[in-house]
Design a protein around this ligand. Structure first.
Ligand code: ZN
Ligand code: ZN
Ligand code: FE
Length: 758
């Protein structure tokens, strides 16, 4: 006989881990005990040496799907002579900190029961077990016990309580355990907030969906606006009511087989769609799909945002409505966080929805659906919310507790404890009051959970960011130092943080729309040398005027004219007559601003993409962030292998030669798809050339790719391949977004380094 102590860290509480260990112990004839404590799960196992060894090996291999084992360590201990294996109840102490699980999609067992007429939870929309159900979204306090969640008003009935107390049951200590007798319920409200008289609110809502109505449905982390995706008219109505002319709508699709009728789906993509996190994945639309959808769902784009039903209510809606594909877009006002309270939804969505399918369980932690795409066979996150938060990101260094407040447009903060960074869910555009309130609310909950007081704060260099102003206020209130970090350096350091790279110079290529710098120009096409605690600018995309400032980010004709002038000078007048015609009265004043290089000047890669989209006639207005670039990429015919030349000097990557050729090719009537492909290939080559040269000059081997432009999978692939071809080591964001929602992680590492070396 031998005995071992096994310590497991990670997300191992509230995911059915102890019952799993209990079963496993029985299988391998192991005696001892298992318990939850502040660090995770602790096991004492004794038995035949061979059995104990196999038991330890089986833990990570057979762990329940929603568990996330960060670390497992075992060591020999003395034999206690236990007769059996037991689950020892945890003793929760004041201020205890355990890793809170993200919300988990309905598991297969619960789904089977949901549709089993003989099961007592047949058709019950809040069915869950220790392997699935809400977690983050219902937890108010720690330790994670029912009274600390929004399930506290629902007292378990005798049947539920028996399951909850039975070690062998799948619902042993499942905090949200409930049934029709004792749990939350759905109700259907009309626009006045009055309960609609009907036999069954869900059945009635499904009839409305079939009739082409838009229903606001309260789910796990907030409200969705749901409608029949096959009905082009209702999609159009939703666009009008949401004042959203072109931004693509996410689709919730009945099952993976139906997804395959619409899009190309790899095994990896199928696995991620069906994972407990159930994110929205951006999937390539099939050349000839087996199902036709109206063209106003994702106009001009080659990818669809798709997710599978992840809550029991979603499964029920598909079953009861018979609809295969639903529009399921966040129930929010533009750029605001998703609505999650019943009265709030009734107020905010009354001009959009036709009815409200609500329930009486409060959503404590509001989350949007997460978004990502698969690149290099790995999930690459674009929006990190439901299913991922509050799972921490492990950083390369430990030390002080840092609050990093992120950037404004994609509000997200990071709070660190030890070497872990806990990122908030996506909070919306922080220039809006509701988002700022949410920031405060989530921050105070995180501080309570983590039981720490921040020792320093990091914000962006931008003096007018709402997040900066907030950081200044908090720093004064708490009496802690405030560090400021340039936007693109933060992008680069976020890559260092998630790949746990050592503190030595790495070359960052940060491409995005806009970032503040103290030199008075707009940065957005940057080559920086960064390390944990600082950065240096090495090169950038050539500066051009951005006539009209922010207006040029929406009306991309302004930037197109600016780049055309940069490339051709006064010859623009005869070379781009169509654009000048289109600008009509605006052309003169714009040209004079451009001629005298009136500030602001910009090195933005986003604005460069905008310009090419406009010059080629693909798209001339960003009705949502990234619209023109995304449409240009969707238009690109990548069978075309040609490229446009970019010029490089020591510190400037100059697109002017490419712009000249684009204008020539456009007047020669060359296909847009070919021009778009040559631009992508040329730009990628330019980036790789520049990076190669700078890396060589500075003795650097690691190249970090970040910024929203790298959420473009075609550009990312070309650059990654190009860098590898030159013997460099590229790294890019995966766990946190390459866009501004990932900035907080970079700020957090920077803050740690700065504080530690103080
Ligand atoms: Zn389940
Ligand atoms: Zn019950
Ligand atoms: Fe950015």
């Amino acid at each position: 006989m031998i005995a071992r102590k096994i310590r497991i860290k990670g997300i191992v509480q509230g995911v059915g881990f102890r019952p799993f260990i209990h079963r496993l112990a029985a299988e391998f004839d192991i005696a001892g005990f298992v318990l939850n404590d502040t660090e995770g799960v602790l096991i004492h196992a004794e038995g035949e040496p061979e059995n104990v060894g196999r038991f330890v090996d089986a833990i990570p291999e057979m762990a329940p799907k929603p568990a996330h084992i960060a670390k497992i360590a075992s060591e020999p201990v003395s034999i206690l002579g236990r007769a059996d294996f037991r689950i020892i109840p945890s003793e929760h102490r004041e201020g205890e900190v355990t890793a809170i699980s993200p919300d988990l999609a309905t598991c297969e067992d619960c789904r089977a029961e949901l549709f089993d007429p003989g099961d007592r939870r047949y058709g019950y929309p809040f069915i869950n077990c220790t392997h699935c159900g809400p977690r983050y979204s219902i937890i108010e306090n720690l330790p994670y016990d029912r009274p600390a969640t929004s399930m506290s008003p629902f007292a378990m009935c005798q049947n539920c309580l028996a399951e909850y107390r039975d070690v062998q049951n799948r619902r042993f200590h499942a905090q949200p355990n409930a049934c029709r007798e004792c749990g939350p319920k759905y109700d259907l409200f009309d626009l006045a907030g009055l309960s609609v008289r009907c036999d069954d609110p869900i059945v009635f809502a499904c009839e409305m969906l079939r009739d082409g109505k838009i229903i606001a449905v309260k789910g796990i982390g907030g409200f969705h606006l749901i409608a029949d995706a096959a009905n082009g008219e209702v999609v159009g109505k939703l666009r009008e009511r949401k004042e959203r002319p072109a931004k693509p709508f996410a689709l919730m699709v009945r099952d993976i087989e139906t997804v395959r009728k619409l899009c190309e789906v790899s095994d990896r993509e199928a696995a991620i769609l069906s994972s407990p996190a159930a994110p929205i994945l951006l999937l390539k639309i099939k050349k000839s799909p087996a199902l036709e959808l109206p063209d106003n769902i994702a106009p001009g784009l080659d990818r669809l945002g798709i997710f599978l039903p992840y809550a029991p209510i979603h499964h029920l809606i598909f079953a009861l409505s018979g609809i295969e594909i639903l529009i399921a877009t966040s129930g929010n006002k533009r750029d605001e966080p998703v609505s999650c309270q019943n009265d709030e939804a009734l107020r905010d969505l009354k001009d959009i929805a036709d009815a409200f399918l609500v329930h009486n369980r409060e959503i404590v932690g509001r989350t949007d659906d997460s978004v990502g795409f698969v690149f290099d066979n790995e999930l690459t996150i674009v929006r990190r919310s439901r299913g991922y938060v509050p799972r921490p990101v492990e950083m390369p260094i430990s030390g002080a507790s840092i609050l990093a407040v992120g950037a404004d447009l994609k509000g997200t903060f990071a709070m660190t404890r030890g070497s872990e960074a806990f990122l908030s869910p996506y909070l919306g555009d922080l220039t809006g009051e509701k988002s700022l309130e949410l920031f405060d609310e989530v921050l105070s909950r995180y501080l309570k959970w983590l039981n720490i007081a921040p020792e320093a704060i990091v914000c962006d260099l931008h003096p007018d960011y709402a997040s900066t102003i907030l950081a200044e206020r908090l720093a004064a209130e708490w009496g802690v130092p405030l560090f400021r970090l340039q936007h693109h350096a933060a992008h680069g350091i976020s890559v260092i943080a998630e790949h746990k790279l050592p503190d030595k110079p790495a070359l960052t290529v940060a491409l995005d729309g806009y970032g503040y710098s103290s030199d008075g120009t707009i940065w957005g096409g940057e080559f920086l040398s960064v390390r944990h605690g600082g950065f240096e600018r090495l090169a950038h995309i050539r500066h051009v005027p951005q006539p009209g400032g922010d207006r040029a980010a929406v009306d991309t004709r302004r930037m197109a004219l600016s780049w055309a002038f940069e490339a051709l000078g006064e010859k623009v007048i005869e070379r781009i007559p169509d654009l000048l015609d289109d600008l009509s009265d605006l052309a003169g004043p714009l040209l004079s601003m451009i001629r005298c290089r009136r500030p602001p000047l910009t090195s933005s890669a986003g604005r460069l993409f905008d310009s090419v989209a406009c010059l080629t006639g693909v798209c001339s207005r960003n009705t949502f962030e990234g619209e023109c670039p995304q449409r240009l990429t969707a238009a690109a015919d990548m069978f075309e292998m040609g490229h446009y030349e970019f010029a490089t000097t020591d510190s400037i990557l100059d697109p002017s030669p490419a712009i000249r050729r684009i204008i020539e090719d456009c007047s020669a009537g060359i296909d847009k798809g070919i021009i778009a492909a040559r631009f992508h290939r040329g730009f990628a080559r330019g980036i790789v050339d520049m990076a190669h040269k700078l890396a060589g000059d500075n003795g650097i081997g690691d190249v970090l790719l970040s910024g929203g432009v790298f959420q473009n999978p075609i550009l990312l692939e070309l650059v990654v391949k190009g860098l590898r071809g030159r013997g460099l080591r590229p790294y890019w964001n995966r766990i946190v977004p390459a866009g501004d929602a990932g900035i907080a992680l970079g700020q957090a590492l920077f803050g740690k380094k700065r504080f530690n070396s103080k």
